[in-house]
Design a protein around this ligand. Structure first.
Ligand code: NAD
Length: 380
């Protein structure tokens, strides 16, 4: 099959779904690869590098979509992109199927197969295709770098001839993949790190990374775990206790990194305007939940603002794209592992095996039908 990567057209998106290295792996599976001219430039991959890896460089998006049997992309396609889908073609991309009814209809009507990367089930076998995790890991790391870049002090404590420097105090709210990456980056810069999550089972992971788990004095415990490792909404009593705790911590925290999400819901509001008002000038809030409405009351998506009391609030939604080369390499690996499972004979023939849990769960449209949401996994 011909696997082709167009240039991402979502504004500011610098990642690309095919790299020269991933193309070489795809060729070993019997596929040939195409890339739209300039598609990799934002991530540091020139047309010449693709050509050297045996990839055919095509002039424009129309030619790419027309020629490729399988189109690989990063961002959920825009309507102008889904309009290019044709019968029998496969699209592998983030697709947001739960919030993209129009895209699903368009792909179904076009007779195309859509493999939605956010639907890869979180089972051990599928970890190598788990693009949500590979991108969340980058986002958590980058959140700390953005915080440090905006924080006018050291992260690490120092004793110097010119005076003693206290270590920065960092609070990470939500210790999933992004939160744990943020803890790792902040501790390695020398900060004192505290972390909170509604799922008590993460306490051990938090502590093993050198951070302190923030416990709540609450009768029902910190039990916010739902099946599959995700969080469920907190009870009003628990939420009130959590906010009370954060209110007490706010004046003492230099950096707050929020990553709290609950599947298919707006982000819970956890860092309120009065907490921001209680923070010291120069403090920084980085809100990784900005795309889903933000964990902080004052977050403005895609912007950095500075409050009247001198607190910087970063609401960027493009953290992985800010590390486009690394993000593209990891994402392209996720995609090529998906294609490896779709090419069991390593003969360039795609087999859409709907009996396979990973393929079935990820497939959002196929054979003229919408196949989202998928049935529960056969094997957990
Ligand atoms: P996520 O991005 O959906 O949410 C981020 C974190 O926010 C979660 O840890 C969640 O518990 C937390 N949260 C939600 N509401 C909160 C609140 N009110 N206060 C504080 N924290 C709150 O999560 P994720 O990073 O995608 O990870 C979710 C789970 O999936 C984790 O258990 C993770 O280990 C697991 N996981 C498993 C696999 C696998 O098995 N292949 C891969 C990735 C993640």
């Amino acid at each position: 099959m011909k696997i082709g990567a167009p240039k991402e057209i979502y504004e500011g998106e610098a990642r690309v779904a095919l790299t020269p290295a991933s193309a070489k792996e795809l060729q070993k599976l019997g596929h040939s690869c195409l890339v739209e001219s300039g598609a990799g430039l934002g991530a540091g991959f020139s047309d010449a590098l693709y050509a050297a890896a045996g990839v055919t460089v095509v002039a424009d998006a129309a030619a790419l979509w027309a020629e490729a049997d399988v189109v690989v992309k990063v961002r959920q396609p825009l309507a102008t992109e889904t309009a290019l889908l044709r019968p029998g073609q496969t699209l592998i991309s983030f697709f947001n199927p739960a919030g993209n009814a129009e895209g699903l209809e368009a792909a179904k009507d076009a007779g195309a197969t859509v493999i939605a990367m956010e639907m890869v089930p979180r089972i051990s076998r599928a970890q190598k295709m788990d693009a949500l995790s590979s991108m969340a890991n980058l986002a958590g790391y980058r959140a700390v770098i953005e915080a440090a870049n905006n924080f006018p002090r050291f992260f690490t404590g120092q004793v110097t001839a010119a005076g003693k420097v206290p270590p920065a105090k960092v609070l990470v709210v939500g210790a999933g993949v992004a939160g744990l990456a943020a803890i790792g980056a902040a501790t390695s810069l020398g900060a004192i790190v505290y972390a909170f999550d509604v799922r008590p089972e993460v306490a051990e992971q938090i502590e093993s990374m050198g951070a302190e788990f923030v416990f709540l004095d609450f009768a029902d415990n910190q039990d916010g775990a739902e099946t599959g490792g995700y969080a469920k909404p907190s009870s009003p009593e628990f939420a009130a206790k959590q906010l009370e705790k954060f209110r007490a911590l706010a004046p003492d925290m230099d950096i707050v990194i929020t990553t709290a999400l609950i599947p298919n819901r707006p982000a819970p509001k956890l860092w309120t305007a009065d907490m921001v008002a209680a923070m010291k000038p120069g403090s920084v809030v980085v809100d990784l939940a900005a795309e889903r409405g933000g964990n902080c009351d004052l977050t403005v998506a895609d912007q950095k603002i500075v409050t009247d009391n001198g607190v910087t609030i970063v609401g960027y939604t493009d953290f992985p794209s800010r590390m486009a080369s690394q993000a593209s390499s990891l994402y392209a690996n996720n995609i090529r592992h998906m294609l490896a499972d779709l090419t069991p004979g390593k003969d360039g023939v795609i087999v859409q095996n709907m009996e396979d849990d990973v393929i079935r769960s990820s497939t959002a449209t196929h054979a003229g039908a919408i196949t989202f949401p998928p049935p529960p996994l056969k094997v957990q």
